[in-house]
Design a protein. Structure first.
Length: 158
């Protein structure tokens, strides 16, 4: 203890040997010691390139899908146009077949019909004239009320 009080300086030489041994261990076992290298940067660059490639392939495939859908739309529009033209043609043909002249021509030539002459008209006369008879029924009061209600309901319905 007296030694300690008398000397204010420390003996640092005993620590130097320990530092040299630690340096030698690092040189002897390179596997245990990690060297700063560029592997994380290289891995990051590869990951970024792969991500960029994936994004590029997704963009190209989406453009291809859009082009395919657009081609399908163009084909369907062409088909719709052709069907509209066919519809117009069929309507015109129907109008031609159902015109007054076409019907008269078919009736005369195919069915053998002819136009009505004045000699073919026959008049019928009735001796009794235009008379409407109402039957006088002797129903009871309840049937008459029910019939009146039915008539009223029918009137409301239109």
């Amino acid at each position: 203890m007296a030694e300690r009080n008398s000397n204010l300086a420390y003996d640092l030489s005993r620590y130097e040997a320990r530092d040299e041994r630690a340096r030698q261990r690092k040189n002897i076992t390179p596997k245990a010691a990690k060297k700063p290298s560029e592997t994380p940067a290289a891995i990051l660059a590869v990951i970024l390139i792969a991500a960029a490639g994936a994004l590029l392939s997704l963009c190209i495939s989406s453009k291809a899908d859009i082009a395919a859908v657009h081609a399908a739309i163009v084909n369907e529009e062409a088909q719709v146009l052709a069907l509209e033209q066919e519809n117009t043609r069929m309507k015109t043909e129907l109008e031609q077949k159902s015109s007054q002249k076409a019907v008269e021509n078919y009736a005369e030539n195919v069915l053998g019909m002819q136009k009505l002459n004045k000699s073919q008209i026959e008049y019928i006369s009735l001796e009794s004239g235009n008379i409407a008879e109402i039957s006088n029924s002797n129903d009871n009061i309840f049937k008459q009320i029910k019939q009146a209600m039915d008539n009223f309901v029918e009137y409301l319905k239109g």
